[in-house]
Design a protein around this ligand. Structure first.
Ligand SMILES: [Zn+2]
Ligand SMILES: [Zn+2]
Length: 105
């Protein structure tokens, strides 16, 4: 296994939406805020930070596949749909709320 094939960036940042300080995840690159679950459209491939869009990715749906929870995002700027894995410390109440409100756009 070549783990250097993808360069994963995992660094602390301040969330642009809720302004909370977000610590690195340490087991994988964190791609969204664990408090408000919002993400920024930065990646083409997970963690590469090569996408020039930089729009806000709003969580619109929750998918559960083989016990793994995934958050579906829609970019407010370019409209692209992205799917990110839920992190260990994500706001689970918010996850439940999103999955209960699938019809909100
Ligand atoms: Zn946030
Ligand atoms: Zn975008």
């Amino acid at each position: 296994m070549d783990s250097k094939r993808f360069k994963m960036l995992d660094e602390p940042f301040t969330c642009l939406i809720c302004h909370k300080k977000v610590e690195p995840l340490n087991y994988t690159a964190r791609d969204h805020c664990p408090y408000c679950l919002t993400s920024i459209h930065l990646d083409n491939l997970p963690g590469d930070r090569q996408n020039p869009c930089h729009g806000i990715l709003n969580p619109i749906d929750i998918m559960s596949k083989k016990g793994e929870i995934k958050i579906v995002y829609k970019c407010a700027k370019c409209g692209e749909i992205k799917v990110n894995k839920m992190a260990n410390d994500d706001n689970y109440d918010l996850i439940l709320k999103i999955s209960a409100n699938k019809d909100i756009n």
